[in-house]
Design a binder for this molecule. Structure first.
Ligand code: DGJ
Length: 724
């Protein structure tokens, strides 16, 4: 056996170690350590909390007595199929001569500091027989404890090579047991968690939907090691594939009870033909590791996202009034003029005009027609969008607009003119998702068209201040009239989408863009690099949102979460407002129909939000009381100076006597600081029972806690904690 460490004596071990080279990939607290062995295999020897003495990583494996390692490469840093590796590979290929084997050996590596605390380590691997190369990239973000892994694949064989698998990352973990938390979903039921112990064999998380790809399963997951991690305890990897299309994550518990993770773009119907000298770049796999539970892991990701992973992560966001649920498709210029006045009256920054403003030959009066025909409907809007944008300015608010530029209704002029722009199988009946089809973004002409939809709007209306980018259909009948190799469709679709988004961002770097997909069917860090925010779900029932936002918040920062107050659910307006505040707040209700008291509450909440939004957007988030386990959900945001915090508390169980019986322990405060607590978002005309004059030490609030007095009739309570 190549590496049968369990039998090696210490002296023999050090001999081997002499011929070996370790490649430590370090962040502030953690290490992923690779080792090049005497046979030039690159293996994973350590994953976890950083050691003080780097030299000791080489001793780690000698401490495991796990039995024989038959393959010699089970812990490969990038496992290849067809030679010795008998587990789920990271890469597999068919060479130009038809041979199906790969066996990658170390050639060289190099690390460079690329600024902002990030280091890029590149490792070059080459096949031992074929002129086939893989460059592994590990980008370590020291301060955030985040790592991105991806690679490029190329060759100089005489003819094309077909890549049949091409994972971004391949990690290997050693622990007594592993627990996977992953998510399933549906429209209006996004981010439903499941957590289970991994058993031997492979657990696959994937999607084959092509577009709106995360509808049933997002690429977001956590692996706890040793025991299920809690908020503040346990070893946990929180990871995701940054790819806005088909992804695949395989978790294989092997014969020695170790876990191999391979993650990247899915190879489903996607064997990729790679020409000589062409480079295939995989998606990025993103993870953070925490040895102190899920809470810290989430804050790592939030910090990373605001710094590197989204547009304008340190900036500001606009509150808004959206007309989708207020009008659906039924509006005209007058109704919108009234809504602009309501926007002003409510006190939010922007009015967002949703679906239904376009198409003439086949007017967009419902979701059966018009998609693709991006000209204002002259009956509804005789003076066009420009008039509304100006009217918004006259009312002292900004104007935003909804588009869904990747899609087409068969009942549209676009489809009539360009049936070849549509993804569909020739000779098979069309199959629709929400009565629509997906445009073929692999085709550069279609990319131009989609870019043009945005560019036209912004050229004609330079003060247009916001775009909601929707995507309501999956890809059925995957076939492109443009591509010669249909196996490339799923990958080229996403690349085409990114090309369009890159062009938009090059020309309009700052315009806020909301990533929507008939709800949350699309959010991932591949897309978020072009967007300022995402729409978690069409389900805005606040009770449901407490759970969804809770789960999303492990992966994405609050400032990216668009939360609208709507008529969904049975909760009072205050409860709905309080839940929407835990992110980027908006409204989608008929302001003119609100009773006087409720209007006053909504107006007041916009002012309250203005006073706390910076803490929510840029502060540290702590989950204090878990709605899946407790009758009260509590979530807290603390600013970087620990001088101001907001604590949201909700009753999530209506059974008799339920409420905050115990105090809720706060987190993230300065133990030695003195704080006052006051309640906000109190119904106009009522008084809070909380004594805002009392002071508490941070220590008290974190060790004893504070009781928000949540109970029936006081179902949601928002507290502002301020240093005295
Ligand atoms: C789906 C989105 O999630 C909704 O918010 C709304 O924009 C509709 N599409 C419009 O058709």
């Amino acid at each position: 056996m190549l590496r049968f460490f369990s039998l090696l004596s210490a002296s023999f071990f050090s001999l081997i170690a002499a011929g070996q080279q370790t490649i430590p990939l370090l962040t502030k607290n953690n290490a992923l350590v690779l080792q090049v062995d005497a046979q030039k295999n690159v293996n994973t020897i350590y994953f976890g909390e950083k050691l003080g003495n780097t030299a000791e990583y080489a001793k780690v494996l000698s401490m495991y007595r796990q039995g024989e390692e038959y393959t010699g490469v089970a812990d490969a840093a990038y496992s290849s199929a067809g030679s010795k590796d008998l587990f789920e590979p990271a890469i597999s290929a068919v060479h130009a001569d038809g041979n199906t084997s790969l066996d990658l050996a170390y050639v060289s590596h190099n690390s460079e500091n690329i600024g902002k605390g990030a280091t890029l380590t590149t490792i070059i691997l080459k096949d031992r027989v074929y002129p086939f190369q893989v460059k592994l990239f590990y980008k370590t973000y020291a301060d955030q404890d985040v790592v991105e892994i991806w690679n490029t694949i190329s060759h100089t064989e005489k003819k094309p090579v077909v890549l049949t698998k091409f994972a971004s990352a391949n990690l290997y973990f050693r622990a007594p047991e592993f627990w996977l938390r992953n998510y399933h979903g549906e429209w209006a039921r996004e981010m439903q968690p499941e957590e289970a112990k991994l058993t031997h064999g492979i657990k696959t998380l994937d999607t084959k939907l092509g577009a709106r790809a995360n509808l049933f399963q997002p690429p977001l997951f956590m692996v706890s090691m040793g025991k299920p991690a809690t908020e503040d305890d346990g070893d946990v990897l929180v990871g995701s594939v940054s790819w806005t299309g088909n992804f695949k994550v395989d978790l294989e518990l092997d014969n020695r009870d170790n876990l191999r993770l391979t993650a990247g773009i899915s190879n489903f119907q996607s064997a990729y033909t790679l020409k000589p000298n062409e480079e295939f770049e995989t998606a990025k796999f993103l993870y953070t590791f925490s040895s102190k539970g899920k809470g810290l892991a989430s804050r790592n990701l939030h910090n990373w996202a605001r710094e590197f992973g989204m547009v304008d992560g340190h900036g500001s966001r606009m509150t808004l009034l959206n007309n989708w649920e207020a009008t659906y498709f039924d509006f005209n210029e007058q109704k919108l003029a009234d809504l602009l006045k309501d926007t002003k009256k409510l006190g939010v920054d922007l009015f967002l005009l949703d679906d239904g403003w376009f198409a003439n030959k086949y007017p967009r009066n419902d979701d059966h027609a018009g998609l693709g025909d991006w000209k204002e409907n002259t009956k509804k809007l005789p003076n066009g969008i420009s008039y509304l944008v100006k009217e918004a300015t006259n009312n002292g608010v900004k104007f935003g607009i909804w588009i869904e530029p990747e899609m087409v209704n068969p009942k549209s002029e676009l489809y009539e003119k360009h049936p070849d722009w549509v993804i569909k199988q020739p000779g098979r009946p069309e199959h629709y998702f929400r009565n629509q089809l997906v445009l073929d973004l692999t085709n550069p002409t279609v990319q131009n068209f989609v870019f043009g939809v945005v560019d036209d709007l912004l050229t004609k209306n330079p003060t247009l201040a916001y775009i909601k980018w929707d995507c309501n259909a999956v890809i059925y009948n995957a076939h492109s009239a443009f591509l010669t190799n249909q196996q490339h469709l799923y990958i080229e679709y996403v690349r085409g989408l990114y090309k369009v988004l890159q062009r938009i961002r090059a020309k309009y770097p700052t315009i806020p863009l909301m990533l929507c997909s008939g709800g949350g069917g699309r959010v991932d860090y591949g897309a978020l690099q072009y967007f300022t925010e995402y729409w978690p779900s069409d389900n805005t029932d606040p009770l449901e949102r407490i759970y969804m936002q809770w789960e999303y918040s492990y992966f994405f920062p609050a400032m990216a979460s668009s939360n609208h107050v709507t008529e969904w659910g049975k909760q009072p307006l205050k409860y709905r407002i309080d839940v929407a505040m835990m992110g980027k707040m908006g409204f989608d209700i008929v302001i003119s129909k609100l009773p006087e008291k409720e209007l006053a509450l909504a107006q007041q909440s916009v002012r309250v939000y203005d006073s706390v939004k910076n803490v929510i957007w840029h502060g540290d988030q702590y989950r204090l009381s878990d709605p899946w386990k407790e009758p009260v959900a509590s979530v807290m945001y603390v600013d970087q100076q620990k001088s101001k915090a907001v604590v949201f508390n909700y009753l999530v169980n209506n059974r008799y006597g339920q409420g905050s019986v115990m105090p809720v322990k706060l987190k993230g405060l300065d133990a030695g600081g003195q704080y006052r607590i006051r309640e906000v978002n109190v119904l106009p005309g009522s008084r809070s029972a909380i004594d805002a004059a009392r002071t508490y030490t941070g220590e008290f609030l974190m060790k004893i806690g504070f009781n928000p007095a949540v109970r029936q009739g006081r179902n949601s309570v928002v507290l502002v904690v301020e240093r005295v």
